[in-house]
Design a protein around this ligand. Structure first.
Ligand SMILES: [Zn+2]
Ligand SMILES: [Zn+2]
Length: 115
């Protein structure tokens, strides 16, 4: 085997390795960043339905700026935080900040959709 053939084999092997590395990096799962479950509470005190909206599962029409309550169909839901202990939803305060502890059970932490 002469040196030229050896060099060709090495170059081909390196190129193959580079392709494999590129595939493993580029073939990672598509990003779902910013697409997390959102928590809501209906602002109608007579309804007060707590519901969650999975990414892409919104029932609101595209022109609606808010979600639609699945129970009363009003577009009044408030963004909420979900208690990881008891599962109750609590509306965010006026600044969109979740309460530190759950008003229902005193536990937590409160989960937010982060948006
Ligand atoms: Zn409602
Ligand atoms: Zn709770």
């Amino acid at each position: 085997m002469n040196n030229t053939v050896k060099i060709i084999i090495i170059v081909v092997a390196l190129a193959g390795a580079a392709v494999l590395i590129g595939w493993s990096v580029g073939g990672s799962k598509p990003s779902v960043e910013g697409r997390r479950t959102a928590y809501y509470v209906c602002s109608d005190p007579k309804c007060a339905t707590e519901f969650e909206v999975e990414p892409g599962q919104s029932i609101a029409p595209p022109e609606s700026p808010t979600e639609i309550c699945p129970a009363c169909k009003k577009d009044w839901p408030s963004r909420a935080a979900k208690c990881s202990a008891c599962g109750r939803h609590t509306p965010m305060d006026g600044h969109g900040i979740a309460p530190e502890a759950c008003p229902a059970c005193g536990g937590g932490p409160m989960l937010t959709s982060g948006a």
